[in-house]
Design a protein around this ligand. Structure first.
Ligand SMILES: NC(=O)c1ccc[n+]([C@@H]2O[C@H](COP(=O)([O-])OP(=O)(O)OC[C@H]3O[C@@H](n4cnc5c(N)ncnc54)[C@H](OP(=O)(O)O)[C@@H]3O)[C@@H](O)[C@H]2O)c1
Length: 324
């Protein structure tokens, strides 16, 4: 089977396509014929050895995949060969075959779209944990989402709307913002040509947002945090802009505001029942048409470096998938 391999840390162009032996499941594992694997920003960081999770070299990147069960290991009772599943693999998803513990697999209905299934878990899991659990966003409150057209950002926009909040989407291009409006955003800020603080002030009657969702960091965080409302909750989700910002703590005091960390991977490990309950709520929203994962591009396996380059250079809208 063919797989993308990271033999040395570095930019996407150093990845290679290699032919490896077919995967064999160990006890408790499931091997999947991958139909779609979604690309997440951490994939860009992991291959450059800039992420907290550091798989030993050589490895196959890619953390989530949907496909058809090819083989099951001893003791696996809940899955059978030929069944459609989505799996959080951690790594190894950018390949024709991937392996995951049965506990990390979820069965899919026969008519499930593999790309949508592969694009759901990490982006929506992160944003549900952030917005619902950590920020406790309420109907009628206002949430500002930075990087709102990205994978986790667009999920946050939809989740905010599903909760009955007002959502302000901030992104770097008008095309990205148009997608945010299609997915429910009530107002927009183009932070590459508009003054972030002035626009937040104008759009919130000077009060500031109740919740700010920040997967971007860098130059946007301090002006956004200075604009937060009374008792505001500032969600620290990621640093796609590169820099981990430093915030003056007096700003929290002046607004009675909280800085709230978000780490979905550890939340899912430490609080699996709460995580599953979150997904159950989201499946209900999905059936009601409130969540609509946006797949903007599909890449062949050998084009994985180009997919990762597009993500690193800010060209992606919503989610992109690899289709081996
Ligand atoms: N805390 C957690 O549990 C968790 C889970 C998943 C992901 N994350 C983090 O969340 C962040 C977003 O992940 P994602 O998969 O949603 O990525 P993504 O789809 O690429 O979205 C990131 C957004 O950041 C913005 N951005 C600003 N400066 C950028 C730059 N220099 N390079 C790239 N993007 C830039 C882009 O929007 P504009 O062009 O509109 O600015 C882009 O849409 C990442 O930092 C990731 O590590 C955290």
């Amino acid at each position: 089977m063919r797989a993308i391999r990271c033999n040395q840390y570095g930019p996407p162009e150093r990845l290679t396509v290699e032919t490896l032996s077919d995967l064999e499941p160990k006890a408790g594992e499931v091997v999947i014929d991958v139909k779609a694997a979604s690309v997440n920003f951490p994939d860009v960081l992991i291959i450059e050895n800039k992420y907290q999770m550091k798989p030993p070299l050589p490895f196959t990147p890619g953390s989530e995949a949907a496909g058809v069960v090819r083989a099951v290991g001893d003791g696996v009772r809940d899955f059978r060969v030929g069944q459609r599943v989505v799996a959080f693999t951690g790594s190894g998803a950018f390949a024709e075959q991937a392996v995951a513990p049965a506990s990390a697999c979820v069965p899919l209905p026969d008519d499930a779209d593999f790309a949508v299934a592969a694009a759901f878990t990490l982006a929506y899991g992160t944003s549900h944990h952030a917005v619902v659990d950590r920020a406790q966003l309420k109907a009628g409150e206002t949430m500002l989402v930075l990087g709102a057209a990205g994978g986790v950002g667009l999920a946050a926009v939809e989740i905010g709307k599903a909760l009955g909040a007002r959502v302000i989407a901030a992104a770097s291009t008008d095309e990205k913002l148009a997608t945010c409006v299609e997915h429910g955003a009530d107002a927009t800020i183009n932070y590459s040509r508009e003054d972030l603080r002035e626009r937040i002030k104008a759009l919130t009657d000077g009060k500031g947002p109740d919740v700010i969702y920040d997967p971007v960091g860098g130059i946007y965080s301090e002006p956004a945090f200075r604009s937060i409302g009374w008792r505001g909750r500032y969600l620290v989700v990621g640093f796609a802009n590169g820099e981990i910002p430093k915030l003056p703590l007096n700003l929290t005091l002046l607004k009675g505001a909280s800085i709230v960390g978000v780490f979905w991977g550890d939340y899912a490990r430490r609080e699996p029942q709460n995580n599953v309950a979150g997904f159950e709520q989201m499946l209900g929203w999905m059936k009601a048409g409130k969540l609509r994962p946006h797949i903007s591009a599909r890449y062949a396996l050998e084009d994985t470096p180009r997919a990762l380059r597009d993500m690193a250079e800010r060209r992606v809208i919503g989610k992109i998938v690899i289709t081996p």
